[in-house]
Design a protein around this ligand. Structure first.
Ligand code: ATR
Length: 472
């Protein structure tokens, strides 16, 4: 039998779980209970990290007994069936007021359902998005917990003790109730997809239109990283582009298969945005871009047609600056769209989400961490009711400054047959918002013609239908 002395427990001693447990144990004030279905893993983690002073258990009963009340356990096991199995085991043993946290990458719909099922027992269920991968889990992730406000009183300080710190603030906030944390984590990943696609397109243009080598592009990105584009993703891109394959001496980017994988959160973001009716073209094109890259047979079939690609138009040094501006403007659109999805999700699911607070906890620990998020947080702090991020003065100015370059880049890319689905969709989105009349008027006519779906008029109120039969 054990003294109930741990203030926090972690279930699941695979990489993410053990790193999170080590992070927790390294912080003053925490005593960490650990448990894994297969006890060998628990023993190994305890043995390899004597400094961590874990309370290790071989059985779930011992684990639960080792937790001080209110018992608080973070589940870090395989999403889906694994998570459900552990929730059941904890639920049977926990008491009202205890807290079960799912720190995995659950779909927010599942989190909402799990919370609803557990809530009547009086046990708190908290879906917490944890971003930053293995290293983040160990050294400081960005944490996006949902669940009840009451659970956050206990959980908040514990999570704050291990979260990344940005400008003196822990990268954790109570995002909203039930599935809000996993929802926001999903949107984070969607934005991450868009950001990565845009950086990829910028690289492609610099390489295949301007003719720079990967090493040179690394240098250009290093310069960009000193300005508003500064971000973790640009930083790692600098390193990747200058990396040389030891075996062949070739640039690393030339020996990697050009077929991008994905684990699903980008798809979830787009599916959710479709449900919510929020345009997230930046994320969608990023997801589709990875899908296209993986269609080897289709790529081969079209290339076999022998349709010659035009030679890239000559560009001068100003092209580099144009691409930087196009990247920045497109990135702003991607974030504007992502936050639109957060706003729509909050409204649909009844969450009170502080956009500025979300932007702030993404400044550290997570993959999209960047200075940029400070400006974004400021924009929402100044006006929480922005119609779109694009109307905030700072972003409006950035779009104004970059708009011509953005257009030149998309034109040049098209002439050079370099695909830029991310840049192009972002620009089209901006143009759609910025035009007086959209062809949606014609679409309304078509809908009324074949389906009597009716339309509204610009010059008087009411609903109208035209008897189209006379026009054919
Ligand atoms: P990673 O990708 O980090 O290796 P994962 O595959 O997402 O991790 O999850 C693996 C973890 O989930 C392991 O701790 C695993 O326990 P075992 O070591 O006993 O295999 C745990 N896990 C998976 N299914 C589980 C279940 N049904 N009940 C309890 N734990 C489970």
């Amino acid at each position: 039998s054990y003294d109930a002395k741990a203030n926090i427990g972690v279930v699941g001693m695979a990489v993410m779980g053990s790193n999170l447990a080590r992070n927790l144990a390294s912080r003053e004030g925490n005593t960490v209970a650990i448990y894994n279905r297969s006890p060998e893993k628990t023993h190994e983690v305890a043995k390899n990290h004597p400094e961590a002073n874990f309370v290790a258990s071989d059985t779930i009963d011992e684990f639960v007994a080792s937790l001080a009340k209110p018992r608080t356990a973070i589940i870090m096991v395989q999403a889906g069936a694994g998570t459900d199995a552990v929730i059941e085991q904890l639920k049977e043993r926990f008491e009202p007021g205890d807290i079960i946290v799912d720190g995995g990458n659950a779909n927010f719909h599942d989190t909402i359902a799990r919370e609803a099922k557990i809530a009547p027992t009086g046990i708190h269920f908290v879906g917490a998005g944890i971003s930053g991968g293995e290293e983040g889990a160990l050294k400081g992730p960005s944490i996006m917990p949902g669940g009840t406000a009451e659970s956050y009183k206990t959980l908040g300080p514990i999570l704050a003790s291990i979260a990344a710190v940005a400008e003196g603030e822990a990268c954790v906030t109570h995002v909203g109730t039930d599935g809000a944390g996993h929802f926001v984590k999903m949107i984070h990943n969607g934005i991450e997809y868009a950001d990565m696609e845009l950086i990829g397109e910028a690289y492609d243009l610099l390489r295949n239109v301007a003719g720079y080598t990967p090493a040179q592009i690394s240098g250009l990105f290093a310069t960009w990283n000193e300005g508003p584009l500064n971000s973790y993703l640009i930083e790692i891109t600098i390193d990747i582009l200058k990396h040389v394959d030891a075996e062949t001496g070739k640039p690393f980017v030339d020996i990697v298969t050009d077929q991008a994988g994905s684990k699903g959160t980008g798809v979830w973001t787009v599916q959710t945005a479709l449900d919510l009716g929020v345009p997230v073209g930046g994320v969608a094109e990023a997801v589709f871009g990875r899908a296209v890259s993986s269609k080897r047979a289709q790529r081969d079939a079209v290339r076999a047609l022998g349709i010659e690609r035009p030679t890239a138009p000559r560009v001068d040094d100003s092209f580099v600056d144009d691409v930087a501006k196009a990247l920045y403007a497109s990135k702003i659109v991607a974030y504007a769209q992502g936050f639109d999805a957060i706003i729509a999700g909050a409204e649909k699911y009844g969450w009170n989400i502080d956009k500025g607070a979300v932007a702030k906890i993404w400044r550290g620990g997570c993959i999209i961490r960047a200075q940029f998020l400070n400006v974004l947080a400021d924009a929402y702090a100044e006006n929480p009711n922005l119609n779109t991020l694009l109307e905030a003065p700072y972003f409006a100015q950035a779009i104004r400054d970059g708009e011509e370059a953005w257009r030149r880049v998309v034109i040049t890319a098209t002439q050079a047959a370099v695909p830029v689905p991310g840049f192009a969709t972002a620009l089209s989105y901006f143009d759609s918002l910025n035009v007086d009349r959209l062809p949606a008027a014609l679409v309304q006519g078509q809908r009324d013609f074949f389906g009597a779906h009716t339309y509204k008029r610009v010059d008087k109120p009411g609903t109208f239908h035209t008897l189209w039969s006379g026009d054919r």
